[in-house]
Design a protein around this ligand. Structure first.
Ligand code: HEC
Ligand code: HEC
Ligand code: HEC
Length: 201
C-alpha cells in the first residue's frame, strides 16, 4: 500500500471541489453552528503538521434536562484543547503540552515515573505498524489495568485483529470507550511506516 499523496493534485482537487460546492470540501468552510453555541477555537497545530483541519465535536448534555442551563458547557470548558482527527480532545497531547496538569496521586506528593517502553506490533497487513507507547499509557494508568488480564508482559504474545478491538477486546477495552476513538484515527496507532511505505502525514 502506498500512502504518498501528491499535494498539488490534492490542492487542485480541493479548489475544484470548493468551486463546485462539493460537500467533501465542507471541512474547509466554517461549521454551521447555531447562535446559542459559540464555536470553540481549534488549538493551533504544531509547525509542519499536515493533518486535515477538524471542527471540534464536543458532546453536549441532554438539552431536555431542566438543569441544562446551569451546567458548564463542554465547548467553553474545552476551549483551546488540542483535537484529534475526530474533533475530540486529544488528551495525550493535552497532558504532554501542559494544557492539563492533573495530580499524579490522590493523596501525598509522590511522583509516579511512567515506563518509557515502546512495543512495535507488526501483524498489520498493509497498514503501517502499530507503536504501543507504554509512556503515554502509564502516565494515566497503573500496570495492573493491562497486566496480566489483557496482555502478557512479553512482546509478541497477543494475536490481535481490528475486529477484536472494535468488539471491545485488547486495545478496545479502552479505545472507542474511554480512550480515543479508533474510527478515522487509524494512524494514531498505526504510526510506524513499513519499509518503503510513506505515512500520509
Ligand atoms: C487503538 C489502536 C488502533 C487503532 C486506532 C487502529 N488500529 Fe488497527 N491494529 C491495532 C493493533 C494493536 C493491531 C494488531 C497488531 C499486531 O498484532 O501486530 C492492528 C491490526 C490491524 C490490521 C491487521 C489485522 C486485521 O485485523 O486485519 C489492520 C488491517 C488494521 N489494524 C487496520 C486499521 C484501520 C483501517 C484502522 C482505522 C479505522 C485501525 N486499524 C485503527 C491497533 C489499532
Ligand atoms: C494500556 C495497557 C498497558 C499498561 C497500562 C502497561 N502495559 Fe506493559 N504491555 C502492554 C502491551 C500491549 C504489551 C505487548 C504485549 C504483546 O505484544 O503481546 C506490553 C508488554 C510489556 C512488557 C514486555 C516487553 C517485551 O519486550 O517483551 C513488559 C516488561 C511490560 N509490558 C511492563 C509493564 C509495566 C512494568 C507496566 C506499568 C509501569 C506496564 N507494562 C503497563 C500494555 C500495557
Ligand atoms: C486500560 C486502557 C487502555 C488499553 C487497554 C489501551 N489503551 Fe491506549 N490509551 C489509553 C488512554 C487512557 C490513553 C490516553 C487518553 C487518550 O488518548 O484517549 C491512551 C492513548 C493511546 C495512544 C496515544 C498516544 C499518544 O501519546 O498520543 C495510543 C497510540 C494508544 N493509546 C494505543 C493503544 C494500543 C495500540 C493499544 C493496544 C495494544 C492500547 N492503546 C490499549 C488507554 C488504553
Amino acid at each position: 500500500m502506498n500512502f504518498t499523496v501528491n499535494r498539488s493534485t490534492t490542492l487542485l482537487a480541493l479548489v475544484f471541489a470548493l468551486l463546485a460546492g462539493d460537500p467533501a470540501a465542507a471541512f474547509l468552510r466554517p461549521a454551521q453552528i447555531p447562535e446559542s453555541e459559540p464555536a470553540a477555537e481549534p488549538a493551533p497545530k504544531p509547525a509542519g503538521a499536515q493533518r486535515p483541519i477538524v471542527e471540534p465535536q464536543f458532546d453536549s448534555y441532554d438539552r431536555a434536562n431542566p438543569d441544562y442551563e446551569r451546567l458548564q458547557r463542554p465547548d467553553e470548558a474545552l476551549q483551546g484543547f488540542p483535537l484529534d482527527e475526530n474533533g475530540k480532545v486529544d488528551w495525550a497531547r493535552a497532558l504532554r503540552d501542559g494544557v492539563i496538569t492533573p495530580r499524579e496521586v490522590l493523596q501525598g506528593n509522590e511522583t509516579y515515573l511512567p515506563l518509557d517502553l515502546d512495543i512495535v506490533m507488526r501483524n498489520t497487513k498493509g497498514m503501517p505498524y502499530v507503536r504501543f507507547p507504554h509512556k503515554t499509557h502509564t502516565e494515566w494508568l497503573a500496570c495492573s489495568n493491562c497486566h496480566p488480564a489483557i496482555f502478557a508482559q512479553k512482546a509478541g504474545t497477543a494475536r490481535i485483529r481490528m475486529e477484536d478491538i472494535f468488539r471491545g477486546e485488547f486495545c478496545g477495552k479502552c479505545h472507542d470507550r474511554v480512550a480515543f476513538i479508533t474510527h478515522r484515527a487509524c494512524f494514531r496507532c498505526h504510526s510506524v511506516a513499513q519499509p518503503g511505505q510513506h505515512m500520509p502525514y
